[in-house]
Ligand binder design. Structure first.
Ligand code: ZN
Ligand code: ZN
Ligand code: FE
Length: 730
């Protein structure tokens, strides 16, 4: 603004307030008009223009243009997410004549760390982890020059005055070129813990089966896919099918991990993403990454933590917690204020949808279509995120992790306070899930301190998150399909058809409930769910079925007893569990080592080139509720498996059948209610095959279909829905 106003010889001032940026300019009419036009046309790449409003004022005789100092106060100041290195900085870093040649912390106002280094707002250097580095005279000159690319670039630094990197091996600093040493450890099959923007990564050569296998062993991560970093777009194209949309997202300012179809002849080790036909790829986003990687390199870049613990951000804990997971640690002395994991989006059908919204996205504000009291939503249990809201804005936290250990709970509590402090919002209400055993709910009550705690139903929150991100509040036919959510009747829901809006809902339909023998044991061993489905829907346990064989005689006896007596079983209408069961029945996956594995592998093998009609679910009206009965589907899967049908064909018929069932239920609900908007939410709808088929079926039947574009369909999006519900439920 300063540069533009000065260029046009305009007087006035610019500043920040709770709404955003305000500017007053005074001068020749043509110059003022040019200012308004160029403000938008020449906006810096890192700016987010939501709206421009202007009014004509009487001239007051200003003679210069000034930048007003931001006042710390009660207003909400926006905080920028971390940004990938810009082309200008990259060019300078690669220029031997430049004073920042090969400097790993080069940045400018268009790029670099933000959210991961801010301790307090307003965003000034003294409120960041860069405060301890005093700028040298050259950096200071850039920082103070309104016409410099580094004017007010808070993390501005250079080799003379800024942070530095070093490599530690066996507890000792390695002398010499730490970048070259890191490369050589990775090239020889080792793993290096690399301190990045929002935390540590564990990096190894993704082409080396031995290296990847060793990393899995050390991390205690059996099969969950690893994401990789490819040195550049050309390298990414060797391992994945990168369409135009994916390429745009890969190179966007957020630089997320993009999950794409893996190339059949990919040179990557099988252990990178076993059982998957997709691969999560990201491109280098920090100067350090660019220094480390050379064209053709593909490295596993997984969060630096032991499985299920939060990502490590401190040098000290890197030695403790990552020492035995890595052969060396590449450290630096720019502190990370808070963990910010890599974001993940999935690419399909020419579009993308978020799976994990974190680095590069958090904490952008979400403009709400309603007014919210100051509120804090604590989300669910897995893939936890928080949201804080006031007035017409909500801020979603970065990804926190699965709430299953003390470390994650600590991060969760810190994040709640962090959001409140950064955005100066003092929550008057807390919103949580109804599930009596969620740690997030427990935390909400323990920290309520006299404030109201509002409990909302899990699947209602999923549908509400969809409505909130589309800024709609009208009745929808919401399909909330996921693994687990606490139902109003105390059973586990997860195949729900909820008709309603933000102030309430009616359970218009659901998948027919079945027993989950042993609860969590069934989740870990999908064949248990398969046997339960067979028993419940009247199909004999034929020993020729892979699911039956997987159980073994003794376990089958126990299972039969459990299912018949209801002992240690829970009832569920979960579509996620139905996927598990079908995956097991078709012989695809009998035991899992990460959430959703059986469903992911079933999706991966779906082969639509094979003959096979869609399976037909029976939709029955039971006292006004539409019950989706999978009996014919379970029967068909068992029959075809016994007849030796290809699992890929079974998977395709199952996916198509489920999409048709959604359409049929939607049509029936539309007939009785007149509602023609359908929404898809819940973790099951991360399944791109299912989403495409379902959207096609619904669209062909004349529905306006809402899917997630902003927050994840999985429980990572719940907190936004909770905020929306709390604002509408008295
Ligand atoms: Zn830059
Ligand atoms: Zn300097
Ligand atoms: Fe859920």
């Amino acid at each position: 603004m300063y540069g533009l106003a000065t260029d046009l010889e305009l007087a006035g001032f610019v500043g920040n307030d709770s709404i955003g940026v305000f500017v007053e300019v005074e001068g020749a009419t043509t110059a003022v008009e040019a200012f308004a036009r160029r403000l938008v046309a020449e906006a810096p790449p890192a700016s987010l223009i939501d709206e421009v409003a202007s009014t004509v004022l009487e001239p007051i005789g200003s003679y210069d243009f000034v930048i007003l100092t931001s006042q710390p106060g009660s207003s909400t100041t926006l905080v920028s997410p971390d940004l990938d290195i810009c082309d200008d900085c990259l060019a300078e870093m690669n220029d031997p004549q430049n004073r920042r040649h090969r400097y790993p912390f080069i940045n400018c106002t268009n790029c670099g760390p933000r959210f991961s280094i801010i301790a307090e707002t307003p965003y000034d250097r003294s409120s960041t982890t860069m405060a301890e580095f005093a700028m040298c005279t050259m950096c200071e000159a850039e920082y103070s020059d309104p016409f410099d690319r580094r004017f007010h670039a808070q993390p501005n630094a250079c080799p003379t005055c800024g942070p530095e990197v070093w490599l530690v091996r066996d507890g000792a600093v390695v002398e010499g070129d730490s970048i070259a040493a890191t490369r050589s450890i990775i090239a020889s099959g080792g793993t290096v813990a690399i301190k990045g923007l929002g935390g540590f990564h564990l990096a190894c050569d993704a082409r080396s089966p031995a290296a990847v296998r060793q990393l899995r062993d050390r991390k205690g991560r059996a099969a969950k896919p690893f994401a990789v970093m490819a040195a550049d777009l050309a390298t990414a194209r060797e391992i994945a099918t990168v369409d135009e949309t994916s390429a745009d997202v890969l190179t966007s300012q957020a630089h997320p991990i993009v999950v794409m179809s893996a190339r059949p002849a990919s040179p990557l080790a099988d252990a990178v993403a076993p059982g998957n036909k997709t691969i999560g790829v990201m491109l280098p986003y920090t100067p350090l990454h660019h220094l480390l990687m050379e064209s053709g390199d593909v490295w596993v870049m997984t969060s630096g933590n032991r499985s299920s613990e939060p990502i490590v951000i401190e040098n000290d804990s890197a030695a403790d917690r990552l020492g035995e997971l890595s052969d060396a640690q590449l450290l630096h002395n720019r502190s990370i204020q808070r963990p910010v994991d890599d974001s993940v989006v999935r690419s399909y059908g020419g579009g993308v949808s978020p799976i994990r919204r974190s680095r590069g996205f958090a904490p952008y504000p979400m403009r709400l279509g309603f007014e919210s009291r100051p509120a804090l939503a604590v989300g669910g249990e897995l893939k936890a995120t928080l949201a804080i809201a006031a007035r017409s804005q909500a801020f979603m936290s970065q990804h926190i992790g699965d709430m299953e250990n003390v470390e994650t709970l600590d991060t969760f509590a810190t994040t709640a306070n962090d959001l409140s402090r950064l955005f100066r919002i003092d929550p008057e209400v807390l919103v949580c899930d109804r599930h009596p055993r969620y740690l997030s709910r427990e935390w909400a009550y323990a920290n309520a301190d006299g404030r109201t705690v509002i409990e909302v139903q899990h699947h209602h929150a999923h549908i509400a998150s969809l409505l909130a991100e589309h800024r709609r509040n009208e009745p929808v036919i919401g399909f909330a399909f996921d693994g687990t959510g606490y139902g109003l009747d105390g059973t586990i829901w997860g195949g729900e058809v909820l008709v309603g809006r933000l102030n309430g809902f009616e359970r218009a339909g659901h998948l027919a409930a079945f027993e989950l023998p042993g609860g969590d044991a069934a989740v870990a061993r999908p064949y248990r769910t398969a046997l339960s489905l067979l028993r419940r829907f009247g199909v004999p346990w034929d020993i020729g079925l892979p699911a039956v064989a997987a159980a073994g005689t003794t376990e089958r006896g126990v299972l039969a007893h459990q299912i018949e007596s209801g002992l240690n079983t829970v009832l569920t209408s979960s579509v996620g569990r139905l996927f598990d069961g079908v995956s097991s029945l078709a012989g695809v996956c009998q035991t899992v080592s990460y959430e959703g594995q059986a469903a992911i592998e079933l999706e991966a093998i779906a082969d639509f080139s094979m003959p096979g009609a869609p399976y037909e679910f029976a939709v029955v009206d039971v006292d006004g509720t539409l019950v989706v009965d999978p009996t014919p589907v379970v029967t068909a899967v068992a029959r075809e498996t016994l007849a030796g049908a290809a699992p890929g064909a079974i998977s395709a018929s199952f996916h198509r059948g489920l999409a048709n069932a959604v359409r049929d239920v939607a049509v029936a609900v539309r007939d009785s209610t007149g509602i023609s908007v359908a929404g898809l939410s819940g973790g099951v709808f991360q399944n791109a095959v299912l989403v495409e088929l379902t959207v096609d079926a619904l669209t062909a039947a004349g529905f306006d279909v809402l899917t997630h574009r902003y927050v994840p369909a999985n429980d990572g999006g719940l907190a936004l829905g909770q905020i929306a519900l709390a604002a509408h439920i008295a």
